[in-house]
Design a protein around this ligand. Structure first.
Ligand code: ADE
Length: 250
């Protein structure tokens, strides 16, 4: 049973690889997959690639070539829902591709051939991610150190659960963010990969779960220093959550 650990960002992948004592690199399809062990559990770690096509290709390779029994993904996302602030974490319960539009032949957002617009995350893995991220956020200083907590003003970070939406666009205009919130009022956050991975996992009937740290509010307000946020916050949260996830279940 090999668990796939997918990172959206190189900084995050590195933080995960730092936890593996024995990783070996296997190159397939223009990607580097890292096979190793974490707390005795066989894992394969890889970058998703950016955007839905890259993510779907990575997922298909993980499931078919590496026979991954489940995919757990981490990354960053733009906050949409009220109260979903920078430094919070979103664990998806449902996923949707916000740029899927085959209307008027199919209703807006419906995935042609699937008869639905939403894919469910695996409940058991999502529960584990919630528990691991709540434990991590309870004491952000333990994984981030005092400097990052002060720099990014991470006051009482929260874990949210619900709808995560994905599309091939970095949402960086308030007007677009507002349009998404009007169209999909229950969407908590937006990224560029997760819903594509969920679709591929549904095809293979394998579990998928994803955690995203909120790096920005998907608007045109100048947000935090993105590269520093990735190295100092998101990648450290991801590694701490992954470590807890497998430490607790090993
Ligand atoms: N990932 C992080 N922030 C994002 C945003 N604003 N839009 C899409 N993907 C993101």
């Amino acid at each position: 049973m090999t668990l796939a650990l997918v990172s959206a960002l190189p900084e995050e992948l590195q933080a995960v690889l730092d936890l593996l004592p024995d990783e070996q690199r296997i190159a397939v399809g223009g990607r580097a997959f890292w096979h190793g062990h974490l707390h005795g559990q066989a894992v394969v770690a890889v970058l998703s690639g950016i955007g839905k096509v890259a993510a779907a290709t990575t997922a298909a390779l993980l499931l078919e070539r590496f026979q991954a029994s489940a995919i757990v993904m981490t990354g960053v996302a733009g906050g949409l829902g009220p109260g979903v602030k920078v430094g919070d974490v979103v664990v998806a319960r449902e996923l949707l591709q916000h740029d899927m539009d085959a209307s008027p032949i199919f209703p807006r957002h419906e995935m042609p051939g699937y008869g639905r617009s939403r894919f469910a995350a695996d409940a058991a893995w999502a529960d584990r991610l919630v528990r691991a991220s709540e434990a991590t956020l309870r004491d952000p200083q333990a994984s981030l150190g005092p400097d990052a907590v002060a720099t990014f003003q991470l006051q009482a970070p929260r874990v949210h659960q619900g709808l995560l939406i994905s599309g091939d666009r970095f949402v960086s205009r308030t007007a677009e963010s507002q349009a998404l919130q009007t169209e999909l009022p229950d969407a908590l956050a937006v990224d560029m990969e997760s819903a594509a991975m969920a679709q591929v996992c549904a095809n293979f009937a394998r579990p998928f779960a994803v955690l995203r740290t909120i790096s920005d509010r998907a608007d045109d307000a100048a947000h935090v220093d993105f590269p520093r946020f990735l190295t100092q916050v998101a990648s450290r949260y991801s590694a701490a959550v992954v470590e807890r996830l497998l430490g607790a279940s090993a």
